[in-house]
Design a protein around this ligand. Structure first.
Ligand SMILES: [Zn+2]
Length: 334
């Protein structure tokens, strides 16, 4: 499904505002650089901008997503839009030269032509120099859109000829809503949205069996810490370390545990909107309301400390045992 202007506006309000303004004033730049991390909508906005320029049924400056031109752009079949992707590891000089040759002809259907260079940071030095010449002699009808996740690798000479638009990581709320729209339950969606700000990664997690179990193991550890502390070592040994085997997995488990303690803090602060484990609120309240916020922040600190130690290559077993002891310290048994 192609995203509409309004949908992409939710992802990247600032970017869409700037693109919208230049369309409105008919001051579209000759060259843009869309930069930001993976899954932030850069390519989608590039196609949306292309549609705005070619749509035959625009509403104001927003494309209809339905006319022949819009549909051809969606399917990658518009003759005046060229997309360059790395050929293997890099974008080569020949690819840029072929593009220049193509663009020296007039447009197939109009004089307007757009080229999108995806992963522009992968241009070889020769390719970048070829492109530079191209950017230095802009034709009034040509729009270049360079897309990159690594702006620090783009030559300054190219940067200075582009209007740079920065794509921000998506807010948890946006990711969560998107997942719920795609049929994921609210409880899982809000957890995923708080572990990644990359929508593609979020979608991958939503179908990942390993991730599916993370939540229940973390909640199990939390539960046992509060109700049967003597069993905590057993859960660590038998469940936690069996599931969170690799270092990055363990780190991920600790991140989720952190979210549990943050929820406790939100409950204490009366900030129910921020709660992630919606379905656990009743249980969490029992504990949160009988402890102090000082104590919860100590527990949060202990989890951060465990994460830090993980990166000093401490033995995972020992690390988790020490964490469990810390989390239990001062626990009031009622
Ligand atoms: Zn259209």
């Amino acid at each position: 499904m192609e995203k509409t202007w309004e949908q992409l506006e939710e992802y990247q309000p600032m970017v869409l505002k700037m693109v919208g303004n230049s369309l409105k004033k008919e001051r579209v730049a000759h060259a843009y650089l869309f930069e930001g991390s993976r899954g932030t909508g850069k390519k989608e906005v590039a196609f949306l901008l292309a549609k705005s320029l070619f749509c035959t049924n625009k509403q104001d400056y927003r494309p209809c997503n339905d006319c022949v031109n819009c549909r051809r752009i969606s399917s990658g079949n518009h003759p005046d839009i060229h997309m360059i992707e790395p050929d293997g590891q890099s974008i080569k000089k020949g690819q840029i030269q072929a593009l220049q040759e193509e663009f020296s002809k007039t447009g197939v259907e109009s004089n307007r032509k757009i080229y999108i260079i995806n992963h522009a940071d992968k241009m070889t030095a020769n390719a970048a120099n070829s492109l530079l010449k191209f950017l230095e002699e802009p034709s009034s009808q040509t729009v270049a859109i360079l897309v990159t996740e690594q702006i620090h690798r783009i030559l300054n000479t190219i940067l200075s000829r582009c209007q740079v638009l920065s794509f921000k990581p998506l807010l948890p709320k946006v990711i969560s809503e998107q997942l719920v729209n795609e049929g994921i339950s609210t409880t899982i969606a809000s957890l995923i949205a708080n572990t990644t700000n990359n929508l593609e990664e979020a979608r991958r997690l939503s179908t990942d069996a390993w991730f599916g179990q993370c939540r229940s193991i973390v909640l199990q550890l939390y539960e046992v810490l509060n109700t049967r502390p003597a069993d905590a070592f057993f859960v660590i040994q038998d469940k936690w370390l069996q599931h969170f085997k690799e270092k990055d997995q363990l780190s991920f488990g600790l991140d989720i545990l952190l979210l549990v303690y943050k929820d406790l803090l939100y409950i204490q602060l009366g900030d129910e909107e921020s709660i992630i484990f919606h379905d656990q609120v009743v249980k969490f309240k029992q504990y949160a309301l009988q402890t102090s916020s000082r104590r919860i922040s100590d527990q949060i600190t202990a989890i951060f400390e465990a994460k830090r130690r993980l990166h000093t290559n401490m033995n995972p077993h020992l690390l988790m045992e020490q964490l469990v002891i810390k989390l239990q310290e001062g626990l009031k048994l009622v």
